[in-house]
Design a binder for this molecule. Sequence first.
Ligand code: ADP
Ligand code: MG
Length: 394
Amino acid sequence: MNVTTVTDLDLKAGDEVLLRLDLNVPMENGKVTDDTRIRATLPTIDYLREKRCKIIAMSHLGRPKRKDPALSLEPAAARLAEIVGSEVLFGHEPGGEEMELVVRELQPGGILVLENLRFDPGETAPDANFAAGLARLARTYVNDAFGTMHRKDASIALVPGLVERAAVGLLVKREIEALDRLLEAPEKPFVAVLGGAKVSDKIGVIENLSRRCDAILIGGAMAYTFLKAKGKAVGDSLVEDDKLLLAERLLERCAERGTRVLLPVDHVVATSPEDTTDVKVVPTIEPGWKGLDIGPATVSAFTQVILDARSVFWNGPMGMFEKDAFSGGTRGVGEALAATEGYTVVGGGDSAAAIAKFHLDQRIDYISTGGGASLTYMEGAELVGLKAIRARGN
Ligand code: ADP
Ligand code: MG
């Protein structure tokens, strides 16, 4: 993987470790409602505690411009304390001098969680002084926040360059290994299933995967831009008219590279997503109708290709799966991934939510915890946070 991992470091009892986590978890009324992301990082936290290191955990939460009590990380720290079964201290002023004193008092194996880094504009700026304030807290930096590793925030991009040694955590290691298995030497046939709302979000992924995949299956709202580019009727479906030329060019490139592209051959349509009284399945979308899911013939065509695949990457729901009337395509494709013998990876926040909704999680080989980060990685781009750690070499 050619990046230093936390297990490569010579850690001693009492060593201070600045640990970038993704504690950006959903909350309601001061309580964490889904702690998946906290649990995903437990292997790294447990490892550091076994080594008797002092853990200084830091993260962002939401997109505050300044201090906002509703976006405090205190509930996440409380949940972490429950999960690890021991006291977790809380630091209200991440970059302040007082924090250095708190860290000095921290017991080996103890955990301190810093307040939401984005309460300081220096985090997203990113500001070198803010980064230096964080770096003063420890000699060692570990990044286990895969979901934010594509961002240039101070705690991701700058802090690794200001400490003595830097490494990735065990969650990041797992994520990268799962995605590398597809990018480096995928077992063939390698199939990508791409959907979701917008072509513009996925251009880089389609471009990169068209070089590596044997087939690309396109569903979701973005399929209509491709269908329209091919001169097909799409009625009133969501289309990005400014991306038609690009869609045409992407299809040409796939043809040149010998990558099969499958587009929907039937559609679940309605006059509006709010009105589910006259939902029907059609091969061609008439004016006044919107395509809101792929139809059963498409599901069965996609399923066949997925069952024959040795590797599958899926990003983006096949329809507006949040509504039952338009969830059949996403469920069908999810079931095909669950059933195939090939190696299956799902990336993307909404896609992962769909897999969970249909209880297919246990039958997928890897579900990425990072939406934007896993897409950036699948585009073939180097993640900012990985680059910063690699630059240290250690
Ligand atoms: P991910 O988070 O997995 O990367 P996206 O964010 O790209 O996925 O897209 C997910 C959204 O796309 C969902 O909210 C879903 O309702 C929407 N969507 C998918 N297909 C359609 C469609 N045909 N019409 C409208 N919205 C759609
Ligand atoms: Mg999304």
